[in-house]
Design a protein around this ligand. Structure first.
Ligand code: SAH
Length: 371
């Protein structure tokens, strides 16, 4: 019987490295810097993760790299395509946890919606991912790995795409890995995704938002506002109890924006909860003096979510009031609802399995997950 070499456990994962970190590592092993750039090009531009297939590297170097390094990639375990072309991938991470990533075509751009955590700690009252609780942060390599899998699976290597950090998780609750992922994505020798094509969506973790304001590398910002009063936002977006609406909007006012850049304010619309004409007028007043625009998200309903989606008439009335007061407003057309790939609908199977009833049934059937 062949023994699996133990060294696989000790190989350094290139997926977790920025180019300069890879170069430094190679340098320590006596390998010239420019080979790092070649490796980056193979991994990100050509989708090759097997060093033996990197044919412009010498044979000895290829074996050396295969011995020392690995490029870990999330494993595709499920794929669903909506009638509208939206495709949701279910990915398994090295430790068995699962996340979802979504491709949204023709918006008019091609957009990848990435997860930044397994689950989410924010517990927004209308979001299914929040029901999972937080399992763990994703690493930078796992965040970028979603892009590599999407490009491969959709046959999009070499195509242009946008990224929204609007999948599972709160990106500013996993700051370091998220920012590192953005730097890896931006590298000219790799995918060269400019920060202008990336949108980070956040509930407003204030210290992290202040830190983001100082980054040299800044994505577009979307704020999940969802409410116009402190009391109501406390209930809908619980982190508001720690970092309130007023402080959040003050931070937005100070947020450094270049010419023509604007902050997007996302506003999930919950029937007869936050969708009245008074709410719309309060929103106009709150946003006064901020370079922003509003994106209305009529609720994607789901079992276990105790709210309703308002009628189109209510959504339109709300939008009209904003527009009449000079606020730029759009209504997000939900994509992929039939495959539960729309906003707030991402929740992974392992967690669904974790429901006590389901666990008991699995136990009795002898199929309990080992975790
Ligand atoms: N944690 C980040 C990214 C998450 S999702 C954030 O909160 O911004 C992206 C958007 O979808 C957020 O504005 C989120 O509040 C919204 N959303 C969550 N659940 C939803 C639902 N059921 N229907 C519509 N939008 C929802």
């Amino acid at each position: 019987m062949a023994l699996t070499p133990r060294v696989t456990l000790n190989r350094l994962d290139v997926a977790e490295l920025e180019l300069d970190e890879l170069e430094t590592h190679l340098g320590g092993a006596g390998v010239p810097k420019f080979h790092g750039r070649q490796v980056f090009q193979w991994i990100y531009r050509r989708g090759v993760t097997d060093f033996e297939a990197m044919t412009d590297l010498g044979r000895e170097l290829r074996s050396q790299l295969s011995r020392d390094l690995v490029v870990a990639t999330p494993e595709l375990v499920g794929r669903e395509t909506s009638t509208d072309g939206t495709t949701k991938l279910l990915l398994r991470l090295a430790d068995g946890h699962r996340i979802e990533s979504v491709f949204i075509p023709d918006t008019p751009s091609q957009t990848f919606c990435l997860s930044t955590q397994v689950g989410c700690a924010m517990k927004c009252a209308f979001c299914l991912t929040g029901k999972m609780g937080i399992v763990r942060n994703l690493t930078a390599g796992e965040i970028v790995g979603q892009v590599r899998v999407l490009l491969r699976e959709l046959g999009m290597l070499g195509d242009r795409f946008n990224i929204v950090l609007m999948g599972m998780g709160e990106p500013l609750h996993n700051y370091d890995a998220t920012m590192k992922a953005l730097r890896i994505l931006a590298d000219d020798h790799g995918l060269a995704v400019s920060p202008r094509r990336i949108t980070l969506s956040t509930v407003g973790v204030l210290p992290a938002l202040e830190r983001l304001a100082t980054e040299p590398f800044m994505p577009n910002l979307a704020i999940s506002l969802h409410s116009t009063t402190e009391d109501q936002r406390d209930l809908l977006v619980p982190i508001n109890r720690k970092y309130g609406l007023k402080e959040l909007l003050d931070a937005c006012r100070r947020f450094p924006l270049k010419r023509r850049e604007r902050i997007t304010f996302e506003y999930v619309m919950l029937n007869e909860v936050n969708d009245t004409p008074e709410d719309a007028r309060r929103l106009v007043r709150l946003l006064h003096g901020i370079k922003g625009k509003v994106n209305l998200l009529p609720l994607n309903e789901a079992a276990g979510i105790p709210f309703e989606r308002p009628s189109d008439a209510r959504v339109n009335r709300f939008a009209e009031i904003l527009a009449q007061h000079g606020v730029t407003v759009s209504v997000r057309r939900s994509r992929g609802r039939d495959i539960r790939a729309a906003c707030g609908q991402l929740i992974t199977e392992s967690t669904r399995n974790a429901a006590p009833g389901r666990q008991l049934a699995q136990l009795m059937a002898g199929t309990a997950p080992t975790r």
